[in-house]
Design a protein around this ligand. Sequence first.
Ligand SMILES: [Fe+2]
Length: 348
Amino acid sequence: MIFRQLFDSVSSTYSYLLASRQGGEALIIDPVLDKVERYLQLLRELDLKLIKALDTHVHADHITGLGALRDRTRCITVMGEQSKVDVVSVRVADGDRIEIEGLGLTAMHTPGHTDDSYCFVMEDRVFTGDTLLIRGTGRTDFQNGDALAQYDSLFNKLLKLPDDTLVYPAHDYKGDTVSTIGEERAHNPRLQAASPAEYVEIMNNLKLANPKMMDVAVPANLRVGLRQDEIEARGWSLDCSEAQRLLGSPEAVLVDLRDQAERRRHGEIPGSVHTPYGELADNLGPGGLLHELVAATGKRLVFYCAYGERSAMAVQMAQEAGLHESCHIKGGLDAWKHSGGALTQLAG
Ligand SMILES: [Fe+2]
């Protein structure tokens, strides 16, 4: 496995680059905007293809690299379903799996530092965001923080992991890089609280100044979505009512880009073809399923996904592959649902 702990000294943020092998797919956790060029260089040097970029929560102390990495690599952006960000490609809930080639993380919703805080568990280690720090815990006094919720997340979720689980936090201000669940249980001063009330008392009396970057970082981090209006300006978008009229039409084929787990949870638009976003490049090239379908039938490809982000990138890829009639449903299945569009539940 390739595992890199990367540090931003301005905000004392740790970001994590993971891959199962050189030459394979990669995932990054909590990337920092100012470090994006460094990440891209490292990806090139290790011959890795960035597939997914995730944030553990909306950060207040640095601007996320999620949007820039998506724009540079066409990777999928991932955050929790509670997050107030305008758009990410995929929103996960407690227990969801986030997979790339050879690696899988399990999302654990751990509200408290913020209401959208997640930890990500991978075999022997857990990426704890700002929920659990080395000998500390993330503050709970802004961004819908809640000390009581954090107590529950810590004691009833994170500390239930095996003692030897490695703890990789989103920050460290003292130079520590890694700990374990057992070590934190024994030596983290905040985890010595005898009751939820005592923990709340500690957290509500920290009297911390707001992070320097907060007024800049939070608004910026809430606007990470891909600018779908640029795709629209090129005439490559359909709104839901336009897409409704194409349902069952011999001229168009709806292409669902979501993963199977998302399809099972939310259903699909009737009559869709399923081509996961990660396999799109192969499908659009000569000999690929979608390429041959268009060549044989002259049909127009209408891509959709959860929120319109993957489908907007898919349209660009299809246009580049010479499939000039391709378009996407603006706002994705989320907008489709809100417009009352028909859905079919998947069997099983
Ligand atoms: Fe934070």
